[in-house]
Design a protein around this ligand. Structure first.
Ligand code: ZN
Length: 122
């Protein structure tokens, strides 16, 4: 899709690379776009404050879980531990990128085998 009003393309279009194992399928990409359409109230970019075409990358990102230290001082990040799966959504006009929880979008099922930090099974 070409649009002469697009001044910059700060990220490679997600379709530029062939899908790899672990990428979203075309059906999941469509599901993500539909989720955004029904949950993003006006679809406008909060950065350039205008209409845009949101690009959903076919790869998810992840944010590691941060454990706050005793007394709220400092903390640690568990490498290799559970992470939040995040859909990467980029404004095609200005490149502003937001992360959306991929579990809430229905793209990823929560892993029931991953224990929550301090609770074991009932
Ligand atoms: Zn924008």
């Amino acid at each position: 899709m070409s649009d002469v009003s697009e001044p910059i393309k700060p990220v490679a279009p997600p379709s530029a690379a062939p899908p790899k194992e672990g990428d979203l399928t075309p059906e999941q990409l469509q599901q993500a776009k539909e989720w955004l359409r029904t949950h993003w109230s006006n679809g406008n970019c909060p950065f350039h404050l205008g209409r845009t075409n949101w690009i959903v990358d076919n790869s998810l990102a992840a944010a590691p879980i941060y454990h706050i230290g005793p007394g709220g001082i400092g903390g640690t990040m568990m490498i290799g531990g559970p992470m939040f799966p995040l859909a990467v959504v980029t404004c095609s006009v200005c490149g502003h990128t937001v992360f959306v929880n991929a579990i809430l979008m229905g793209l990823v099922k929560p892993d029931a085998s991953v224990p929550s930090s301090d609770k074991s099974d009932t």
